[in-house]
Design a protein around this ligand. Structure first.
Ligand code: LLP
Length: 386
């Protein structure tokens, strides 16, 4: 399907590469800001893990969002992109000493603590620096999300967070420590969630836990409900900006916040997912026994989601208007799972055509690997292709 991409400008670029539509990203950020601003004390952080391309980070930082990090490397990327440390939250089940020290040195806003041993180490390392670390406990709410098994995180069987039954105990421990300040509770139930009922289930669980804390005269300043809002992979053009109005309204309606409490979000996929595409070139069209293959120069090393999660990404031939034929679109990697899509209708494909894998702005470029000694794909943003 011709027409939606600046294909003339693509011709001089080495494929495969990621292409990001800066206008769509800015529109998405404007909607997030406007919708969150309707409610008092809603505070949005961008989950750096979805895409840490420096050009993307700088546009997001300009919009004023905070940063949600899960490693020392992400903290460095956030700081380099100009996110203020006072807006950085840091989660992760396996924070190493150097990563905790980095967070302490920058005086980041909050450590989301996932276990008692981690709490003890943060307290020790903060003491050694004469600092007090702000901490929130990541509570595993045992709420299932209707999404792929590999990307649910809030079930009791998952490795994330502290179980609800241990909440009181860890809070008591934290209150007794000198170098941590307990400021909040953190939750995250999973990713690519489109059913608002899943978020409502989380709200109900948080309300119950808050009641238990009130009974002990504890009111935390910060509630962080993580991320998870999904995007429409099947129809990337139908609603390129996700329904943030409905998402924030759901939390406003169902979560009982106390006046002094701030509600934090950590959105990744919904911020950057639809603005990015992987652009790849057809190397060969090969006739198989009962099918034909479009063999492209991008593979699972560039976009691993189809191989890893059987994820669907819409595939388009952006340099052909000829009548459609059916293809298996496959990459060059020596793995049979290196398939982007089977039995896909595409405008007739010829060697040299450009193919777009849509909705690849989140968990695309950042998950690329060098398997088969391949180079990592470049990322270009529309602003720089003038
Ligand atoms: N907060 C926490 C604690 C998380 O674990 C995640 C994602 C997020 C926020 C952001 O969630 P989002 O708004 O993007 O759904 N690689 C997988 C997705 C893994 C998500 C991991 N955690 C994929 O390609 O679908």
């Amino acid at each position: 399907m011709k027409g939606t991409f600046p294909t003339d400008k693509f011709q001089r670029l080495k494929t495969p590469f990621y292409y990001y539509d800066a206008t769509l990203l800015r529109n998405t950020l404007d909607v997030i800001k406007a919708e969150a601003a309707k409610y008092n004390k809603f505070c949005v952080h961008y989950a750096i893990k979805a895409n840490a391309n420096p050009k993307i980070l700088s546009i997001i930082r300009e919009s004023g969002l905070g940063a949600d990090c899960v490693s020392g490397g992400e903290i460095k990327a956030a700081i380099k992109a100009g996110f203020p440390a006072s807006k950085i939250v840091y989660a992760g089940v396996g924070k190493t000493d150097w990563e905790i020290n980095l967070g302490l040195d920058y005086d980041i806003f909050c450590f989301n603590v996932e276990s008692l041993p981690e709490l003890e180490v943060i307290n020790e390392l903060a003491a050694a620096k004469g600092k007090i670390a702000r901490i929130a406990f990541r509570i595993n709410p045992d709420v299932g999300a209707h999404t792929h098994a590999n990307i649910t995180t809030g079930l009791a069987e998952n490795k994330f967070g502290i179980s609800m039954k241990d909440m009181d105990k860890v809070i008591d421990q934290a209150l007794a420590m000198n170098n941590v300040k307990f400021v909040g509770l953190h939750f995250h139930i999973g990713s690519q969630i489109l059913d608002m009922g899943d978020f409502i289930a989380l709200c109900n669980r948080v309300n119950d836990l808050q009641e238990k804390l009130f009974a002990r005269q504890i009111i935390v300043e910060h509630i962080n409900v993580g991320g998870g809002l999904g995007i429409d992979y099947a129809h990337p053009n139908r609603q390129p900006v996700p329904n943030f109005a409905e998402y924030f309204a759901t939390y406003h309606k169902h979560l009982r916040l106390r006046p002094q409490q701030t509600l934090h979000f950590e959105l990744g996929r919904s911020v950057v997912g639809q603005c990015g595409s992987l652009i790849t070139r057809v190397i060969y069209v090969k006739q198989g026994t009962n099918k034909q293959f479009a063999i492209v120069d991008g593979g699972m090393t560039d976009l691993i989601r189809p191989a890893l999660y059987q994820a669907y990404h819409k595939i388009e031939n952006i340099t052909s208007d000829e009548s459609p034929e059916t293809y298996d679109v496959v990459g060059p990697i020596c793995e049979s799972s290196d398939v982007f899509g089977k039995a896909i209708d595409l405008n007739k494909v010829r060697r040299g055509d450009l193919i777009a894998l849509r909705s690849a702005g989140a968990y695309g470029e950042i998950m690329a690997s060098g398997y088969n000694c391949r180079e990592l794909p470049e990322g270009y943003i529309s602003d720089e292709l003038v």
